[in-house]
Write a protein of this length. Structure first.
Length: 434
């Protein structure tokens, strides 16, 4: 892999202020989607009381949401390639806003579960669309930084959940907090319909080929055949889920019930994860944009650091971990999100523009499948062990080991294929006089 920064390609979009404004609208949709997605993370204990459920049933909320999200990634990628960003984002906003409203007024576990599923369906349509919007409006060399900035804005949405929705929940109550937050969906829908464009003038995509089942199978198969797509998926799988599980559901109960912290202190530590994510995201984005050879070392370094700190926190001999160790854990978990974005930096150069949505969908499945599996495993283990968080959270290491084995298996093949594509693209740009 080249150690230099990404090169500009013929026909690259120009970027500029117009691109930033349009992309900003798309990112605002993703921002709201993340607020809705992570709002359960600060309401987990309240949801358990409201619907009278235990750990396994509580984890089902997030598992269903992530199951729908992961299952929708390839269909959404195909839809984005076929319909464009604006239409897919519009459908997504309508669905996740309806899901948040339904959750606000849910009086039973079944109704709440259905609402989270609907929310997950709409949420699934946002991030792939935003990545596609970035490739349509910005030069290829800006891809890693643009993707990291999108992830950073998503984490800002998580920060809103941690700071704002948590306070609303305990100030105005369940229904008012969730219904009030749903208004944000209406605001971004209006902005989206009025101002978002799929691509700049003069950069229309190639006409879409004849659609049908055969084409869909070919699109998926062609993306999957690229080792860069598969490596990107496994990087995303291995890096994202520890922080996702912590923020989405189990972090607050772990800190309050297992570590004996107050809800306020636990909320501050969750906020630290988000702030760390935002800082690390900016750093990783700049590094990868300038030095593509840093992609794998950054991803593997993050996985290693996460495993080491988790092991230290779970194996600490006292009943409660010291505050300094919990702070270190939260800071390190903050690197998981930015590291998962590196997965897209393997899939992006491995696929032509007409397959970017599909390839991104395959990549994005990785972390959410891992998160869903771990959420379920932790819930089951907590119920089976009488809320022994040390045993339950050990499930993290199993998923990390599985992902690392695939990364090491694919890394050389992906690097060789990427070099071949880079050489071919440079040859195509050379104009030989007649």
């Amino acid at each position: 892999m080249s150690s230099g920064s990404a090169v500009s390609l013929p026909g690259d979009p120009p970027g500029g202020r117009r691109a930033i404004a349009v992309w900003g609208i798309g990112v605002s949709v993703y921002f709201v989607a993340v607020i809705f997605r992570t709002s359960l993370g600060v309401a987990g204990l309240d949801a358990a009381d409201r619907f009278h459920v235990g750990a396994s049933a509580l984890s089902t909320f997030s598992i269903l949401q992530l199951l729908v999200y992961a299952g929708m990634q390839i269909p959404v990628g195909l839809l984005v390639d076929r319909l464009g960003t604006k239409k897919v984002l519009t459908i997504g906003v309508l669905l996740f806003t309806a899901g948040q409203l339904g959750f606000a007024f849910s009086s039973s576990y079944g109704m709440a579960l259905a609402s989270r599923g609907l929310l997950g369906c709409g949420d699934a349509m946002t991030f792939i669309s935003v990545l596609r919007l970035g490739t349509r409006w910005f030069p290829a060399r800006r891809g890693p930084l643009v993707a990291q900035l999108a992830g950073l804005v998503g984490m800002a949405g998580n920060l809103v959940s941690t700071l704002v929705i948590a306070r609303l929940l305990h100030g105005v109550g369940w229904t008012a907090a969730f219904a009030g937050s749903a208004l944000a969906g209406v605001v971004v829908l209006v902005l989206l319909l009025l101002f978002l464009k799929d691509h700049p003038e003069g950069h229309q995509p190639e006409p879409f080929p004849h659609q049908g089942a055969v084409y869909v199978r070919r699109q998926i198969a062609a993306s999957w055949r690229e080792p860069g797509t598969r490596l990107g998926m496994w990087v995303h799988f291995t890096t994202q889920f520890p922080a996702m599980v912590f923020l989405l559901l189990w972090g607050l109960p772990f800190l309050v019930e297992a570590q004996g912290l107050s809800r306020a202190t636990a909320g501050e530590l969750l906020t630290l994860v988000v702030l760390s994510n935002m800082v690390v995201g900016l750093v990783y984005g700049q590094i990868v944009a300038r030095h593509h050879a840093a992609r794998l070392p950054l991803a593997l370094g993050t996985v290693t650091a996460t495993a080491v700190v988790w092991a230290a926190a779970l194996a600490y001999p006292a009943e409660h971990d010291p505050m300094w160790l919990l702070i270190v854990l939260c800071v390190v978990l903050g690197a998981c999100g930015p590291a998962s974005m590196i997965g897209f930096d393997f899939a992006r150069p491995a696929n032509p523009p007409e397959r970017q949505g599909t390839a991104s969908g395959i990549t994005n499945m990785g972390g959410f499948v891992a998160s869903m599996t771990t959420l379920l495993a932790i819930g089951v283990l907590l119920d089976a062990t009488g809320d022994n968080y040390r045993v339950a959270f050990a499930a993290v290491f199993v998923l990390q080991a599985a992902g690392l084995s695939q990364i090491f298996r694919l890394r050389k093949q992906a690097a060789r294929r990427e070099r071949e594509r880079l050489v071919a693209s440079r040859v195509e740009t050379v104009h030989v006089p007649a």
